[in-house]
Design a protein around this ligand. Structure first.
Ligand code: PHE
Length: 335
C-alpha cells in the first residue's frame, strides 16, 4: 500500500456501504436462527480486526506523509541573509538584550526554562492551587490531558532554578510566555523577564534598589519618579506593583514627568511557601522576585502604540527602528 488514498479505496471495497465484507454481513439474514448467532459473532470479531488493521495502517502511512512533508519544507536558517534586504534587530529582542545587559552589569545570570510546562511548575509550586482564581485569570493554553501547558509567565523558571541551584541565587529569566487572549493590548504570545534573588538577609530594600537601577538605566532618566503600590501575587508576600511617573497630556505619552502613573511590573518577597515547595530553608534564606512585560517596556521606550506591530514583521516597520544586527548593547556606549 503506497498512500492513504489507495488505502481508503481498499476500505470502501471491503467495508464500505456496498463493500464485499459488508455484503457478507448483510447475507447473515439468510441463515437460519442457530447458524446466524455463531456466524454473526465470528464476522463481528473479524470486522473489529479489519478496522484495527486499517487504522494502524492509516497511522503508519500518515506518519510517513508527515515526515516527507517536514523533510521537504525544511529551511536552512544558517544561510546568510540577502545583502539587499537590510535586516535589523527586532525591538523586542533589542529590549530584552538591553534588560539583560543592565541586569548582567549587576551580576545577574541568565536562566531559561521550557515553554511547555506542567501545572506543578507553572501553578502549584508557585502557591497557586487548583481552585485558586489566579489559575482562571491566566487564560491558560492546555496542551493535553496530562495537564501540560504553555507557560503563562516566566515564574516557573524560579521554581526550576531553586530546585537545582543552592543559594545564593541571582538570576533573570527572559523568554516567551503564552495566554489565550488576543486584542489590541493582548497577544497570545508575549515576552517577560523574571528576576530572582535568594540569599541570607535579602530585604525589600534590595528589591527596591535594583528595580530603580533597572528602570532609570533602561529609560535613561536619572531621577525617574516611581512608587511601589501594595498588590497581590500568590508567590510573593508582601507583593507590590511598580508605577513610574508619566504625562499623557494631549494624547502624548512622556515618561518621567507629569502627574499620571503607569504600571510597569510586579514584584515582592518570595513567599516562604514557595521556598518550602522548592526545598529552600525559609528560616535561613529570604529573597525577592519580579516580573515585567517586555512588550510594554519596548512600547514605552520607543513610543509604539499598537502591540500588534511587533508580530506583523513588516520590513518597513522593522527598518524604521533599524537596530544594528550583530551590535550588542553596552552600558559604556549607551544602550
Ligand atoms: N508572574 C507575574 C505575572 O505574570 C509577575 C511577577 C513575577 C510578580 C514575580 C511578582 C514576582 O503577572
Amino acid at each position: 500500500m503506497k498512500d492513504i488514498e489507495s488505502l481508503e479505496q481498499l476500505k470502501v471495497k471491503y467495508i464500505g456501504k456496498k463493500g464485499l465484507f459488508t455484503n457478507l454481513l448483510k447475507s447473515l439474514s439468510n441463515l437460519d436462527q442457530k447458524d446466524k448467532a455463531s456466524a454473526g459473532k465470528t464476522l463481528n470479531i473479524l470486522k473489529k480486526e479489519i478496522d484495527e488493521c486499517f487504522n494502524e495502517k492509516k497511522k503508519f502511512l500518515s506518519d510517513i506523509e508527515l515526515n516527507k512533508k517536514l523533510e521537504h519544507e525544511k529551511i536552512d536558517i544558517s544561510l546568510p541573509t540577502r545583502p539587499e534586504k537590510k535586516g535589523g534587530i527586532h525591538p523586542i529582542s533589542k529590549t530584552m538584550d538591553d534588560i539583560i545587559c543592565i541586569m548582567g552589569s549587576h551580576g545577574f545570570k541568565v536562566e531559561e526554562g521550557p515553554h511547555i510546562e506542567n501545572e506543578f511548575y507553572n501553578f502549584t509550586a508557585l502557591n497557586i492551587p487548583e481552585e485558586h482564581p489566579a489559575r482562571q485569570e491566566h487564560d491558560t493554553f492546555y496542551i493535553n490531558k496530562y495537564k501540560n501547558l504553555l507557560r503563562t509567565h516566566t515564574s516557573p523558571v524560579q521554581i526550576r532554578v531553586m530546585k537545582n541551584i543552592k543559594p545564593p541565587i541571582k538570576i533573570i529569566a527572559p523568554g516567551s510566555t503564552y495566554r489565550c487572549d488576543d486584542d489590541a493590548t493582548h497577544s497570545p504570545m508575549f515576552h517577560q523577564v523574571e528576576g530572582l534573588v535568594v540569599d541570607k538577609n535579602i530585604t525589600m530594600a534590595n528589591l527596591k534598589w535594583i528595580i530603580k537601577e533597572l528602570l532609570t538605566t533602561f529609560f535613561n532618566i536619572e531621577d525617574l519618579p516611581m512608587r511601589f503600590r501594595p498588590s497581590y501575587f500568590p508567590f510573593t508576600e508582601p507583593s507590590a506593583e511598580v508605577d513610574i511617573r508619566c504625562s499623557m497630556e494631549n494624547g502624548k505619552l512622556e515618561i518621567g514627568k507629569g502627574k499620571d502613573w503607569l504600571e510597569v511590573m510586579g514584584c515582592g518577597m518570595v513567599n516562604p511557601k514557595v521556598f518550602k515547595n522548592c526545598g529552600v530553608n525559609e528560616e535561613v534564606y529570604s529573597g525577592f522576585a519580579f516580573g515585567l512585560g517586555v512588550e510594554r517596556f519596548a512600547m514605552l521606550k520607543y513610543g509604539i502604540s499598537d502591540l500588534r506591530m511587533f508580530y506583523e514583521n513588516d520590513i518597513r516597520w522593522l527598518q524604521h527602528y533599524n537596530f544594528i544586527p550583530n551590535g550588542f548593547p553596552s552600558l559604556l556606549r549607551g544602550l
